[in-house]
Design a protein around this ligand. Structure first.
Ligand code: NCD
Ligand code: ZN
Ligand code: ZN
Length: 444
């Protein structure tokens, strides 16, 4: 007797075949072309010709909880994620207070476990003042606090002001990384190469100025310095939101891995799709780049030099983004990431197998998240149901983040029709079926 059977199409060698996914105790027990016989299951959901894909694992989101919960909180952020097909998220530590030690990690876990509708991990920030031994202990999951998903280092100034400097001081962390096998997620921008902007309140061409003031050379420099500092442990580094051709080239020559974001793939200083009056909506760190940089990132996706895609969901309120060049940096995007990428899949710009690697299996492998990111026997039944023929226009008003806006207004996204998390129906069309607090820490 199986709990649930899903009838739909699954991909085998990028080819859709009709199949049945049998689910027991929240896990996939088998995937078969053979229909179940009646009486063999509790429930059967017929999903027609829709595709059954693994749930998205977004390893880069800023849920703003605690401290900036008017922008987002763990409840709203996780709901927004779920509507975008995300079944596992890793939250970033630049909250107030930051996730920096045992107490702040435990407190954030308490909030998340009480309100999150999806499973989650929490990154711990490392800064100049960090206690290495304490971090090492937390990573080993000693005591009753779930271990952090990974470490996070901000090498350049961005929201939260938690810079680790000089970049060479990353070298202090090599033995912790070696002992624990932890990933260090790195915001790579070298502040010593930033060009300060004069009279920021008077800047008109916000995107170009921001790109010039935090140039690709600052990204590449930070990557090179970080790789040098980590030495033979460079493979522990996961360079986040790599935005430029120079940055990608710098990372390629190392054993480190690379994340890119939907906004650096889809928006640039020229074709930002933004109303010229509202360019600040596209202000982000690292900045939107040139069309040539964007093309280089797409080449990196095709040739394998990009390892994962993360949303860098960084919500700020519209009134905060109304301050021209003085607006804070960050773009919301957890709910639109998979829909926009699936749109690219439907346009044959992105291979569907590559999409699943970048958004599901590679994030799971990179962060050692066991039993997720693939539709295979024994894996958790985290599944999104999509029909690649059914796109709809993205509207900020339809999204579930507290911030209420998107830089992709009017672009077409292919949203999941249904989302399952551990075999439970989480999203059905417009409806949230999962209860707040059902989400679990992936390190539990
Ligand atoms: C992020 C934020 O607002 O938290 N902002 C951003 O521009 N990407 C921080 C970050 O990832 O750098
Ligand atoms: Zn960052
Ligand atoms: Zn970020």
């Amino acid at each position: 007797m199986h709990d649930l059977v899903l009838e739909g199409r699954v991909l085998r060698d990028a080819f859709p075949i009709e199949a049945y996914i049998f689910i027991d105790g929240g896990r996939i027990s088998k995937i078969s072309r053979q229909a179940p016989v009646s009486g063999e299951y509790g429930e059967l959901h017929r999903l027609g010709r829709s595709l059954l894909l693994p749930g998205i694992i977004d390893t880069h989101a800023h849920f703003r909880d605690p401290g900036m919960t008017s922008k987002e909180d763990f409840a709203s952020g996780s709901v927004s994620a779920a509507f975008g097909g995300v079944t596992t998220v890793i939250d970033m530590p630049n909250t107030r207070p930051p996730t920096i030690d045992r107490d702040s990690l435990q407190a954030k876990d308490k909030t998340a476990s009480a309100v999150s509708v999806i499973d989650y991990g929490l990154n711990l920030v490392i800064t100049n003042g960090s206690d290495l031994l304490a971090v090492d202990t937390l990573l080993k999951g000693i005591g009753n606090v779930p271990a952090p998903a990974g470490l996070k280092a901000f090498l350049g100034e961005t929201t939260g002001s938690l810079v680790l400097e000089p970049i060479s001081s990353l070298a202090r962390w090599t033995s912790v990384l070696e002992n624990t096998g932890a990933v260090v997620a790195i915001h790579a921008e070298d502040g010593s190469l930033f060009e300060p902007v004069k009279d920021p309140d008077k800047v008109k061409d916000i995107l170009k100025k921001h790109h010039g003031s935090r140039p690709p050379s600052s990204e590449a420099s930070a990557i090179v310095k970080a790789v040098n500092a980590l030495g033979r442990n460079a493979g522990s580094a996961h360079f986040l939101h790599v935005s430029s051709e120079m940055g990608l080239e710098a990372a390629k020559t190392s054993s480190a891995t690379v994340e890119v974001t939907p906004h650096h793939l889809l928006l640039d200083v020229k074709l930002s799709g933004l109303d010229p009056e509202h360019q600040a909506l596209g202000k982000v760190n690292p900045p939107l780049r040139t069309p040539a940089d964007r093309a280089a990132l797409w080449r990196g996706i095709a040739d394998g030099s990009v390892d994962t895609i993360g949303s860098d969901h960084a919500p700020h309120l519209l009134e905060e983004k109304d301050r021209g060049y003085l607006s804070p940096s960050g773009i919301p995007g957890i709910e639109t990431m998979a829909p926009l990428l699936l749109s690219e899949v439907s346009k044959r710009r992105l291979d569907i197998d590559r999409f699943m690697e970048l958004c599901c299996s590679s994030p799971a492998d990179r962060y050692s998240i066991a039993g997720r990111g693939r539709l295979e026997d024994g894996y958790l039944a985290d599944i999104m149901v999509v029909d690649l023929r059914k796109g709809r226009k993205i509207r900020g008003d339809d999204l579930h983040s507290k911030c209420g806006w998107t830089p992709y207004e009017g672009k077409v996204g292919i949203f999941p029709e249904k989302v399952y998390s551990r075999g439970e129906l989480l999203i059905e069309g417009e409806n949230l079926c999962g209860k707040p607090g059902r989400g679990r820490n992936i390190r539990m």
